[in-house]
Design a protein around this ligand. Structure first.
Ligand code: PLP
Length: 245
């Protein structure tokens, strides 16, 4: 089954998404200019990305390095796309990511940070990075453990170390909380993410972490109410993904 959303579908969904962002910002007395949309284009054909581009979207996020590399290559003429990697990066893929992407939202080890830093080409701007945290201690998920207070303490030297890496620009934290039947149940995790950021900022000496990458199609309003600055939206914006190939 091939799903290709047409131009008006995606532009219309973008308009609805912006309205949703606006309303969540009003409820939480935030400025909508603080929120940026990262369109998650994993498992979407190249045509969908081109269509979203025509609607004005420039920030795209991918999960799988190999799939992403092919798309970035095919879309090399679209040189103002900001490509973000949001999925786990195996160590043998770090070099390719450092050479190709603008940002990594899934920084889940110090070793990966060092490898990305080492492999980031001099002529490119520093790679924007988000430290991925595992707030619920889920075994199935990557990210630095961040369930307990001791975990929070352990993150302080990690943040400070990453901040010394010159070809990385540490922006903030990223989380992918557990899935619930009742969306509202996710709120405490987004709250904890904000509290963790504020805790780290109170403990580190260097530049403050400002950004929170949190919220997807199903829960972006709650994420915004709890402080998200980047929301990662897949199906709600680009349409159903194709898992068949
Ligand atoms: C797939 C994915 C998203 C987007 O999910 P949707 O439910 O399609 O909005 C966001 N973040 C990550 C890390 C993802 O893997």
């Amino acid at each position: 089954m091939q799903n290709i959303s047409n131009l008006s579908d995606i532009c219309e969904r973008l308009g609805e998404l912006k309205t949703g962002i606006e309303q969540a910002c009003q409820r939480s007395r935030r400025a909508s200019s603080e929120i940026s949309i990262l369109a998650i284009s994993k498992r979407q054909p190249i045509e969908v990305i081109k269509t979203a581009y025509a609607c004005g979207i420039r920030n795209f996020g991918e999960n799988y390095v190999q799939e992403a590399m092919q798309k970035i290559e095919q879309l090399s003429d679209y040189d103002d796309i900001y490509w973000a990697m949001v999925g786990h990066i195996q160590s043998n893929k770090a070099q390719a990511v450092a050479q190709t992407f603008s940002s990594v939202h899934s920084l889940d080890s110090l070793k990966l940070a060092q490898s990305l830093n080492k492999n980031r080409p001099e002529q490119l701007p520093p790679l924007d990075v988000f430290i991925e945290v595992n707030l619920a201690g889920e075994e199935s998920k990557t990210g630095f453990p961040a369930q307990h207070r001791e975990d929070w303490e352990k993150l302080i030297p990690i943040v400070e170390k990453i901040q010394t890496l010159e070809k990385l620009n540490l922006k903030g934290l990223m989380a992918m909380p557990p899935l619930f039947d009742e969306t509202e149940q996710v709120r405490p995790y987004f709250t904890r993410l904000r509290e963790l950021r504020d805790f780290l900022n109170s403990q580190i000496s260097g530049k403050k972490l400002l950004e929170l990458s949190a919220g997807t199609s199903s829960d972006f309003e709650i994420a915004i109410e709890e402080g998200a600055t980047v929301i990662r939206i897949g199906e709600r914006l680009l349409g159903p993904r194709n898992y068949s190939r």
